[in-house]
Write a protein that binds this ligand. Structure first.
Ligand code: AGP
Length: 364
């Protein structure tokens, strides 16, 4: 893609619209149907290391951290390696125990975020194995890591991340599939995930085609002083990223919570003026999530669900296409990028350059 606006009014809109082709690019040339796996040329991790590592720790900031949370879940699910994500900005200051059996992964769009780079440098100094999941080829984090996976989202100009977030989640799905197939993921599960990955570009195009309806919904949210985003397990990082996106670009206050935590405190915030966006994939947690909708409705809270079918308890539902459950987070975040964009548009915000923010934070 070029820096040409191509008829879009903002880079944010252009970059949201580019996601089907961006995802196609991160997949291109990497799928290996013969062995139901993927080829990741620059990974620099041999099969023996992939089999013997005991943990995965993912580090990044902001949207990159949220994509890393999706990545950690994918690695646990597909490769059955304990994995978690942490803000690099926290990790670098807490004198963390650096474990030789842990694979560290730094995630960054720009590859220049100072907190993430400093975490990588500290880990390297202590002898850790650090890979990168990075968009900008040849950037500082790409150079300082031992290898990794390029995200191939293309240039991302808007301060708020959209296509790079999506492509990073897909890059993690590739990495998780690769690790899984070296470990204990079956051929049939490998094939199942590959089929799901191949469906993503068309399904993204299908979601984007619903933009006018999402724009109408966004007009209703522009008056909100505060919004709540909830999701369970796979839905939780999606809720966190959607909440960040809305805050960054519309300046509406938003909270993201695991749906399971609502009753432990945040339910007190729910009232008619605080709408909730609920991420509700049709997975094994569907009934639990429906019970959460009832709890919110009982407090007269307005609900927008992002789901695989219309949700009776929600005031509105954005229905997204079904894929393999592990890949739900990739698709469910996309309508919420449009929701943030159209809410900000309705409020007349400077969408590509939100106040107080820089595209990459290259200083302490
Ligand atoms: C995303 O919308 C923000 N621009 C911000 O959270 C960003 O993801 C973060 O600063 C990390 O940037 P990086 O991916 O370039 O490292």
């Amino acid at each position: 893609e070029s820096y040409d606006m191509g008829g879009h009014d903002t880079y944010m809109h252009k970059e949201i619209a580019e996601q089907a082709e961006a995802v196609d690019r991160v997949l291109r040339g990497r799928i290996d149907d013969r062995f139901a796996t993927v080829r990741l040329g620059g990974l620099n991790l041999d099969a023996r290391e992939a089999r013997t590592m005991r943990r995965v720790k993912i580090l990044g900031c902001g949207s990159a951290y949220h994509a890393g949370q999706i990545g950690a879940q994918l690695i646990e699910e597909l490769a059955r390696i304990p994995a978690d994500a942490e803000p690099a900005s926290e990790f670098r200051y807490r004198n963390a125990v650096v474990d030789p059996d842990t694979l560290y992964i730094a995630v960054s769009q720009s590859g220049e975020t100072y907190d993430t780079l400093a975490a990588v440098q500290e880990l390297k100094r202590k002898g850790a194995r650090v890979l990168g999941v990075v968009n900008v080829v040849g950037s500082a984090i790409a150079r300082e890591t031992d290898g990794g996976v390029y995200v191939h989202a293309g240039p991302e100009v808007c301060v708020v991340s959209t296509k790079c977030f999506t492509n990073t989640a897909v890059a993690f799905a590739l990495l998780a599939l690769h690790l899984g197939r070296i470990r204990d993921l079956s051929v049939s599960d490998g094939k199942r995930i590959i089929e799901g990955l191949r469906k993503l570009p068309d399904q993204i195009a299908e979601i984007l085609a619903d933009e006018q309806r999402i724009a109408k919904l966004a007009a209703d949210f522009a008056d909100a002083k505060s919004m709540m985003f909830v999701g369970r397990v796979r839905g939780y990082p999606v809720a966190k990223e959607a909440s960040l996106k809305l805050k960054e670009v519309s300046y509406i206050h938003a909270e993201a919570y695991p749906a399971s935590e609502l009753k432990h405190g945040p339910l007190a915030l729910i009232e008619p003026a605080t709408p909730t966006v609920a991420i509700i994939p049709d997975d094994d947690l569907l009934e639990k999530n429906r019970a959460t909708l009832e709890e919110i409705k009982a407090r007269s809270g307005r609900i927008l669900a992002v789901a695989h079918s219309e949700q009776e308890k929600a005031d509105d539902t954005i229905v997204v296409p079904r894929n393999e459950p592990e890949l739900d987070p990739v698709l469910m975040g996309i309508p919420l990028q449009l929701l943030a964009y159209h809410t900000a548009l309705a409020l007349g915000r400077d969408i590509d350059k939100p106040r107080n923010l820089a595209k990459s934070v290259t200083v302490e």
